[in-house]
Structure formats: C-alpha cells, structure tokens
Design a protein around this ligand. Structure first.
Ligand SMILES: Cc1cc2nc3c(=O)[nH]c(=O)nc-3n(C[C@H](O)[C@H](O)[C@H](O)COP(=O)(O)OP(=O)(O)OC[C@H]3O[C@@H](n4cnc5c(N)ncnc54)[C@H](O)[C@@H]3O)c2cc1C
Length: 456
C-alpha cells in the first residue's frame, strides 16, 4: 500500500456509507462515488428505488450500525423515527401464526429507508477524510498491466467528461446488479460462483398520514405470506407521523399483477377497521411497485484468483428476499467484517474479507432461502432438510401463539437479536413437537398451487 493510502467506495447507499465509515479509520482519504445527486436527504433517489417501500431494521443491524456510526440511534429518534419494542408493540404473524405479544427487550427504531440512509450519511460525510463525488458514475476499473492490483476507477463526471480516481482499494457497493463479476472477467479472473433462488416477489407500497393509534398500541403489523396464502401485508409507523403500507406476494400473487392489487390485499389482510381507516385517509403519494425476481449470493470467498484492491460489498455480495428484512443488517455485518479484516495485516485482503463476511451473512441467507422453500410458488427442487424445517417451524410458530417465552425466543431469533441457532434448543423442539397437531397440512412441497385467501 502507498504511504498515503486512498480508498474509493462506489455507491452511497447504506452499504457504501457503512463501508466508508470503516475505511475512514484505515485510509488517508476515502472517496465515495455516487451516481445520484445527494442534495435531497430523506427523499427516494432514482438509484435506490426500493426506498419507497417499507424497510424494517433488524435488531442486530441496528446494534451494529450504532457501533460503526456512534450516535446513529439518537439521531434517528431525535429526527422523528418511532421507537418500537418489537413484540409488545408489534403484531407479527409468520406462517399464519401470530406471535403472542409480550416484552422481549428488542428495541428498534422505525423509519423510512431514505430517512435511515440520510442519518448515516450525515455522520459519515462529516468525517474529515471522507469526500463525496455525487453525480459521478463509476465506469471501469484501472489496474496494473498484469491485472493483479487495482489502481483506481474511471468515472463519468456531471459535465459529461471522464476522470480517473486513483485508489489502493475499491469497495464496490452499487447495489444488487453489481459490476464486480464483469470487472473480474475483464482482468482475466474467474467470475464468482453464485447461489440463486428464483422467488418472483412483488411489492406495492403507499404512504399515508394515519392516526397514531390506527393499530391501537401497536406500531407495526406484519402478516407474512405463507403456503396456501401467497400474499402478505405490512403496515409500519415511520418518521414524523407518517405510515407506510406495503402489500407483497409471490409469483402471480404479486400485487398489481393479475388483478391482485394493493387495495385488494389491504382490504383482505388488514386488521378489523384498519383497511377502512387507510381507505379514508389522505395518501401522501401514488402506489409504488417493485419486482424482486431472484435472491442472489455471490461466493467470492470461493474464488482463488482475484486482484488485490477490489471488493464487492452490500447487495452486490448478497441480496435476499426483502420480506425478511435482512439487507441493511447484511450490509452492517459486512462492514464489521471489513473492520476486523483491516485490523489484521497480511496479503489477500479481499479474500480474507470475503471469508469473514461469508460466515456473518450465512444465517440471513439460510433463513431467507429456507422459508422461501416453503412457498409452493417458488420453483425448483427442495433440499432434503426443508420438510423437517417446515414441520419444526410451523410447530414452533403454533407454540408461539400461546406461549410467551417461545414467542420471545422466536422474535429474538428472527430479528437476530439472538443467534438463529437459539431456535434449535431441546425445550423449543419439545414445544414444537407438542404443537405439531395444531398445524394444518396445507399443501404439498412440490410446487403445487393451492387456493388461498388471495385467490379470486
Ligand atoms: C423492495 C425492497 C424492500 C426492502 N426492505 C428491506 C427491509 O425491510 N430491511 C432491510 O434491511 N433491507 C431491505 N431491503 C434491502 C436494502 O434496501 C438493501 O439491502 C440495503 O439498503 C443495502 O443496499 P446497498 O447499499 O448495497 O445497495 P443500494 O441501496 O442499491 O445502493 C446502491 C447505490 O449505488 C449507486 N450506484 C449504482 N451504480 C453506480 C455507479 N456505476 N456509479 C456510482 N454509483 C452507483 C446507486 O445510485 C445507489 O445509491 C429491501 C430491498 C428491496 C428491493
């Protein structure tokens, strides 16, 4: 590395900003290159269209972001985010079972994605060695003639020109599509192997001004899709008295396709009286839709030959079914992995980062893909463990409807306030077994379609 090492981050989304917060401790300068203009904080940007849809921060992600960007939580709350005790102030249903409400000591702020991003940006861009080049688009890497060391990035500038930004390390967080596999290919390195799961999830969201007690004492309503009813509804409090209402569904049941529209899902799934309240309240915007065809994990940790000085980060490394709310937490865990890797010395920085990040994000990927395998609309063969996981999960959720301790353990595991492995405990296994008779066997696991509440 040079005497005055420089790092470049591509993308000022939550992934890129968290990476920059870590790099600022190790590099003399950190330059963030962002295609969008960042002059309208708290607004949905063209480069982050998912910002119009509900974004829940898992407990673990919340904690890790606070560790990386101290004061984040206070900024959120003083700015108008809603403090929520997950479980006693949330009504959440997984697999058709509603967790018994009780205090679970899980405290998460609720706010929109642009609001969360702006609070992180405010702190990271105030660091003395971090600078932002917004309105700039990363085009291609520059590298040594042998292609074994990245030397920077070429960017398109707002005036239509082109410029080179030198760097010892380029961290690419440009979102799900990513550019790194193609860049590696051009440098003569192999593309990473990918795990892909076709899920065809659709989102449809709208924002409202609703009464603070529209859900009674609750601040979040989640009734997730499940086999036999492949659509779901989320209603969440956000900053400054606004609410977001998001309908979601799999395959043909994605809202706004085949007549299963937003209003229809709200009318069918919202708690009694709430759909009427939403229908009669002023909407703050139009209905926004988003299609999420596939979850993708890129296994760079399995690539042996890659240049020094280049890393894929955030959604560019792994992007999950958004229904499970893991994307921002994944970015935070990757940032923590980056910090731990930079604290060590030694060659092959990208490889060491990828190996560490892989073990951090595996639980999120496992949860998301295992639960997706339970949906008949998701095509493909099921791994052999899925049948066992299905009966365990359903028995567990059935138990969590009646038993406060089970509900708390489930809530803590699914928000990653506690490790997911906490679910595999003899007491919980016994409870799941005890309640397995409460589980209706709704459909086969082979992809067959079964009529449900979303069908006409
Ligand atoms: C519908 C939906 C709902 C979601 N809900 C949740 C949720 O509830 N909870 C949760 O934790 N996560 C959720 N996510 C995931 C979450 O949005 C992301 O995982 C997380 O924000 C991390 O994204 P990122 O920073 O890696 O990428 P992005 O947020 O996509 O940011 C990428 C940035 O890179 C910029 N960029 C792209 N190309 C270039 C280029 N060539 N040059 C310069 N800049 C470039 C873009 O403009 C953008 O600013 C959801 C995602 C979707 C799609």
């Amino acid at each position: 590395m040079n005497a005055n090492p420089e790092a470049v981050v591509i993308g000022a989304g939550i992934g890129g900003l968290l990476a920059a917060s870590v790099l600022a401790d190790f590099y003399d300068t950190v330059t963030i290159i962002e295609r969008d203009r960042m002059n309208l904080p708290d607004h949905v940007r063209p480069g982050v269209p998912q910002g119009s849809h509900i974004h829940g921060l898992l407990a673990q992600g919340h904690q890790v972001i606070e560790d990386l960007v101290p004061g984040f939580d206070e900024d959120l709350l003083t700015g108008g985010a809603v403090p929520v005790e997950f479980l006693s102030e949330t009504r959440v249903s997984y697999q058709g079972y509603t967790l018994l409400q009780s205090p679970a000591d899980i405290h998460v702020p609720f706010a929109s994605r642009p609001f969360i991003e702006a609070r992180i940006a405010q702190k990271v861009l105030a660091l003395p060695n971090v600078r932002l080049l917004d309105g700039h688009t990363a085009q291609t890497l520059t590298a040594t003639p042998r292609g074994d060391q990245v030397t920077g990035i070429q960017v398109n500038t707002p005036d239509g020109g082109c410029a080179d930004v030198p760097a010892d390390l380029v961290v690419a967080a440009p979102g799900k599509a990513g550019h790194v596999p193609a860049w590696l290919h051009r440098l003569g390195c192999p593309r990473p192997p990918e795990s892909r799961m076709r899920i065809d999830v659709g989102y449809s969201s709208r924002h409202y001004k609703l009464p603070a007690d529209v859900l009674g004492k609750d601040r979040f309503f989640f009734d997730g899709p499940h086999a036999g009813r492949p659509c779901g509804l989320m209603i969440g409090a956000q900053e400054n008295g606004t609410w977001v209402v998001t309908a979601c569904g799999y395959g043909a049941h994605a809202p706004d396709r085949n007549g299963h529209d937003f209003r229809d899902v709200v009318a069918r799934l919202a708690p009694s009286g709430v759909a009427e309240c939403i229908a009669s309240s002023p909407a703050l915007d139009d209905i926004h839709t988003f299609g999420f065809p596939v979850s993708v994990r890129r296994h760079y940790e399995r690539v042996n030959r890659m240049p020094e000085g280049l890393m894929a980060f955030g959604d560019a490394l792994c992007s999950y079914n958004p229904i499970y709310g893991g994307g921002m937490t994944s970015a935070a865990l990757q940032a923590r992995a980056l910090a731990l890797t930079l604290e060590e010395t030694g060659p092959r920085l990208p490889h060491r980062f990828y190996r560490r990040a892989a073990s951090s994000i595996t639980p999120l990927w496992t949860l998301s893909t295992t639960v997706d395998h339970l949906m008949p609309e998701v095509p493909g063969r099921r791994p052999c463990y899925v049948k066992v996981a299905e009966s365990f999960l359903k028995g567990l959720m059935a138990a969590a409807e009646h038993d406060a301790e089970t509900a708390r353990t489930v809530a803590r595991a699914l928000t990653f306030a506690a490790p997911l492995t906490r679910l595999i405990h003899p007491t919980l296994l016994a409870r799941a077994l005890h309640h397995r008779h409460d589980v209706p066997d709704l459909r086969p696991l082979n992809g067959g379609h079964v009529a449900g509440a979303c069908d006409d």
